[in-house]
Design a protein around this ligand. Structure first.
Ligand code: FMN
Length: 340
């Protein structure tokens, strides 16, 4: 459904080409200082304008309007509602999106949404399946960061189009590798994916609610609400399956529970162990590509040539680190409030 969390609860709303997108946050502790300027840095990190080569040319101002839950710059404890207007919606693209009803984009949600909701579905701009829905998630993360402070999750791009960015010597070579990968995909009319690593130090031991609300389950649940998320692994993740116990175990080094290695990503039994929380997320390449594909036209009943027109990201993974960070932060805030 469209809500998540128990004590810090998110309720998301809106569609890509509707009047607005937004979020209602319930459980924000009263007294937290909050103003619109607090959102600008994280919103900027998600904005396509920060990654002009490789991102959609849709440019929204993304100014947060706090319509409830804050009085004189302080959270009141009432539901906090934040709204972002959709202003740059390109009505000329409506006909193109209407076409996807009978020629659904392979890899996108057009087929499943039309199957589930029929003609009631607002598919303009991808409707509620659009990457735009991650803007309110980022806003929720900003509020959650205030709840969990001084803890501060930090996420960054680990790879792009299969190229491992951790091998780059410095920031300059990372941005050169990114430009190269994005430039090549753009010139081929294609798209690329990427992976993101999120870490958080200073997480207290004891967060997490087994059986079903383990830290991994909660983080995965929220991360998989990011459109295009395709995989997640905690600590050594899938590589653990190929290790021996003697390699995989994280030996304790002191009475506080510090460990020499961190193959478990800071979680044992679904509960944080006080070491660094660490997980990686894989994002697929955007489905909307200019390159001609062969696919099924449900009107003609034939396999046809198909190419996507309009404004799309070549690599939306570039914009996701701050979104992953927001997911991690919201989960930690919820688990902390549940622990109290
Ligand atoms: C920030 C962001 C921007 C995105 N931009 C695009 C895009 O421009 N074109 C596209 O085809 N998919 C884009 N996506 C991914 C689609 O929204 C997603 O693939 C689609 O909703 C289907 O969901 P699924 O891939 O999780 O099955 C974006 C995702 C995010 C997180």
């Amino acid at each position: 459904m469209n809500s998540f969390g128990e004590k810090f609860r998110l309720e998301i709303f809106g569609e890509s080409h509707g009047p607005a997108v937004g979020i209602v946050l319930d459980g924000v502790p009263a007294g937290i200082h909050l103003e619109e300027d607090d959102f600008l840095e994280d919103i900027g990190r998600r904005s396509p304008a920060s990654y002009p080569a490789g991102s959609t040319s849709r440019h929204e101002k993304d100014i947060p309007k706090i319509v409830s839950g804050v009085f004189e710059g302080t959270a009141t404890g009432a539901p906090l509602c934040i709204i972002f207007d959709n202003a740059d919606t390109d009505p000329d693209s409506d006909a193109e999106y209407a076409r996807y009803v009978h020629i659904p984009r392979p890899g996108h949600a057009d087929f499943t949404a039309a199957f589930k909701y029929g003609h009631h579905y607002d598919m303009r701009g991808g409707g509620q399946f659009s990457g735009r829905m991650t803007l309110p998630l980022v806003a929720a993360g900003v509020v959650a960061k205030k709840i969990i402070s001084p803890m501060l999750p930090s996420a960054s791009l680990l790879s792009i189009g299969g190229e491992d960015l951790s091998k780059c010597a410095d920031e300059k070579s990372v941005s050169e590798a990114v430009s190269r990968a994005v430039g090549k995909a753009t010139s081929e009319g294609d798209s690329i994916g990427g992976t993101v690593r999120c870490i958080c130090d200073g997480v207290p031991a004891g967060l997490g609610e087994p059986f079903f609300d383990s830290v991994e389950s909660e983080i995965s649940h929220l991360v998989f609400s990011i459109p295009g998320a395709r995989g997640i692994e905690f600590g050594a993740g899938f590589a653990s399956a190929g290790m021996k116990g003697s390699q995989c175990n994280d030996p304790f080094t002191d009475g506080k529970g510090s460990t020499a290695t961190n193959n478990c990503g800071g979680i044992n039994g679904g509960i944080t162990n006080g070491n660094r929380l660490s997980f990686d997320v894989a994002f697929k390449p955007p489905s909307s590509i200019a390159k001609v594909q062969r696919t099924f036209d449900f009107h003609t009943g034939k396999i046809e040539d198909f190419s996507v027109k309009g404004r799309h990201d070549v690599c939306f993974a570039l914009r996701t680190p701050v979104i992953v960070e927001a997911c991690c932060t919201c989960v930690l805030a919820d688990l902390m409030l549940r622990n109290r």
